[in-house]
Design a protein around this ligand. Sequence first.
Ligand SMILES: [Zn+2]
Length: 307
Amino acid sequence: MLGLALLLSACGKGNEKGNEDGKKGADDGSLKVVTSFSILDNMVKEIGKEHLSVHNLVPIGTDPHEYEPLPEDIKKATDADLLFYNGLNLEGGDSGWFHKLTDSVKQSDEHIYQVMEGVEPKYLKGENGHESEINPHAFIDPNVGIKMAENIRDALMKADSDHKGDYDKNANDFIAKLKDIEKEYAEKFAEIPDEKRILITSERAFQYLADSYDIKEGYIWEIDTEENGSPEQIKSLVKFIKDNPVPALFVESNVDTRPMETVSKETGIDIYKDYIFSDEIGKKGKPGDTYIKYLEWNIDKLYNGMK
Ligand SMILES: [Zn+2]
């Protein structure tokens, strides 16, 4: 992989230009940015707009927890002025695919930004009940989305001070929208009676959201990288549902629906008619194809299903 990366980098156009004037950047003068998955791709574009040329690594429909970079990804990562990743273990942690990629193309640490910087990690229970593995899905919580936008803004302003004012303004507009949405989350969840504020999903991706809005969580598996939907996992959720007045079951856009269908059959509780989003935004032109729309979609479905 390293040999290929070096070869590609040597032929890269951006690099030739970089050698001429000692500055990086694409031929059109825009900052070359790589993002690890679809939510960051959209957020970075909202804040950087015309000043960036963005390459996203994990496509929609592919699991961001485990990913095998393509030759194109290796080339873009080699040439990038800035690389954004989620962190909190989403991309497999320190020994995961993202760090393997940045190591293999010899990207320097100062070009690599963890968007979850400053976000307090929450831990999964793990197989033996010891809280050890970090839950990466903080971006489902709009409060965290605001922090992510601030971090992206700061990184862009630092990397490209010529357009500082634009990044600041774009980020302010974007953050104002996120704050409105956060208000809507707070109001809608507050309308749902305490005893009904229970969220059932396939993966335990909603832990940050649940803690922010005082919601009880039930799930089949803790994280996509473990076994998904084993008989023991299903049995344990069925028991949880029998012990709690669960209003509805939800299925995320990126998971196999069959384990939750089994839970529905065994408990008599219906699966809500629309999926909700977790690890990715919607495909372009489909519902939830921006982070803002992703958040709006989720609160709408969660509210209607839980009330
Ligand atoms: Zn996930």
